[in-house]
Design a protein around this ligand. Structure first.
Ligand SMILES: NC(=O)c1ccc[n+]([C@@H]2O[C@H](COP(=O)([O-])OP(=O)(O)OC[C@H]3O[C@@H](n4cnc5c(N)ncnc54)[C@H](OP(=O)(O)O)[C@@H]3O)[C@@H](O)[C@H]2O)c1
Length: 243
C-alpha cells in the first residue's frame, strides 16, 4: 500500500488530514519534533483507520540532517505532505532578526532541502505526490504579519516552480492556501466565526484536492474570492488600511 510522509504531523491541521488520508487508504509516517505526542497520534489513527502508522523525528531547522532523514524514508514513501509552519511574533521580528530568521526558515528556507530531496526521488521514479500548506497570507503582504506572509509567498512560488518542473514527469504538486483555521496557531486570535474553518474542513479539502489532482486550493473555497478582492485593492488605498 502507498505510504505518505507527513511533516509537522502534530499540527492540528496535519492530524485531521492524516486521519482523513488514512481513512482514504494511505499508510503514514508521522514526522515532527515531539515523539511522545506523535506516538499517541499514530496509535489513535492506526486504531481508527486500520492503516499502518509509524513516527519519525524531523526538525525543519536542522537542514543538515534532512538528507539522512530522507534516505531512511525514501524507499517506502510515495507522497509527501508538509504542514510545518510558524506564525511567530511580527512585532518582535521587526526588531529581532533571530525571530525574523526563525519565521523565514520554518515556513520557507528550512523546507526547501526536504522538498527538493522528495522532488528528485519522485522525478526519477516518474510518479509521486507533494502537498504543502502555504497560506493566503502569502498572497499580499500586510503590516500585521509580513514576515510570515513573505515566507509563505516564497513557499508558494517555490511550489509553483516545482509543479511546473515536475508536471511532465508524472509528479503532482499541490499548494494549499488556508485562510483562518481554528488551531493552536490562532488560539489567541479573535477570528471571525463565519470565515474560520475547522482543521477537519481543511483536511477534507486537502484529501479531495489529492484525489482530483488539483494544483492550488484555497480552504475554505471562498478565500479564493476574498483574496482576489484583496489582491486588486490599489496600493494607494491598501497602504492606508489597518490590516
Ligand atoms: N491556523 C491557520 O489559521 C492557518 C492559516 C493558514 C496557513 N496555516 C498553516 O497551516 C500549517 C499547520 O498549522 P496549524 O494551524 O495546524 O498550526 P499548529 O498546530 O501550530 O502547527 C504548526 C506545526 O508546525 C510544526 N513546526 C514548527 N516548527 C517546526 C520545526 N522547526 N520543525 C518541524 N516542525 C515544526 C509544529 O510542530 P511542534 O508540534 O513540534 O511545535 C506544528 O506541528 C502551517 O504551515 C500554518 O502556517 C495555518
Amino acid at each position: 500500500m502507498a505510504t505518505m510522509l507527513i511533516l509537522g504531523a502534530a499540527s492540528d491541521i496535519a492530524r485531521a488530514t492524516a486521519l482523513a488520508f488514512a481513512n482514504d487508504g494511505w499508510d503514514l509516517i508521522l514526522a515532527g519534533r515531539q515523539p511522545e505526542i506523535l506516538d499517541k497520534i499514530a496509535t489513535d489513527i492506526a486504531l481508527r483507520s486500520g492503516r499502518r502508522v509509524k513516527t519519525a523525528h524531523f526538525d525543519a531547522l536542522r537542514s543538515e540532517e534532512h538528507a539522512v532523514f530522507w534516505q531512511g524514508a525514501e524507499e517506502e514513501v510515495s507522497a509527501l505532505f508538509c504542514a510545518v509552519g510558524l506564525l511567530g511574533d511580527q512585532e518582535k521580528a521587526q526588531a529581532d532578526m533571530d525571530q525574523a530568521t526563525a519565521i523565514l526558515q520554518t515556513n520557507f528556507t528550512g523546507l526547501l532541502p526536504i522538498l527538493s530531496l522528495a522532488a528528485n526521488t519522485f522525478e526519477k521514479r516518474g510518479r509521486g505526490l507533494i502537498i504543502a500548506i502555504s497560506s493566503v497570507a502569502g498572497d499580499r503582504g500586510r503590516a500585521s504579519n509580513y514576515f510570515y506572509g513573505s515566507a509563505k509567498a516564497g513557499l508558494t512560488a517555490f511550489l509553483s516552480g516545482l509543479r511546473n518542473r515536475l508536471a511532465k514527469k508524472g509528479v503532482d504538486v499541490i499548494t494549499v492556501k488556508p485562510g483562518f483555521v481554528a488551531t493552536a496557531m490562532t488560539a489567541d486570535m479573535a477570528l471571525p466565526i463565519k470565515l474560520t474553518a475547522t482543521p477537519k474542513q481543511v483536511a477534507t479539502d486537502i484529501v479531495k484536492a489529492a484525489r482530483k489532482k488539483h494544483d492550488v486550493i484555497y480552504s475554505r473555497w471562498f478565500w479564493r474570492y476574498i483574496m482576489l478582492i484583496v489582491d486588486h485593492i490599489p496600493e494607494k488605498i491598501f497602504k492606508k488600511l489597518k490590516l
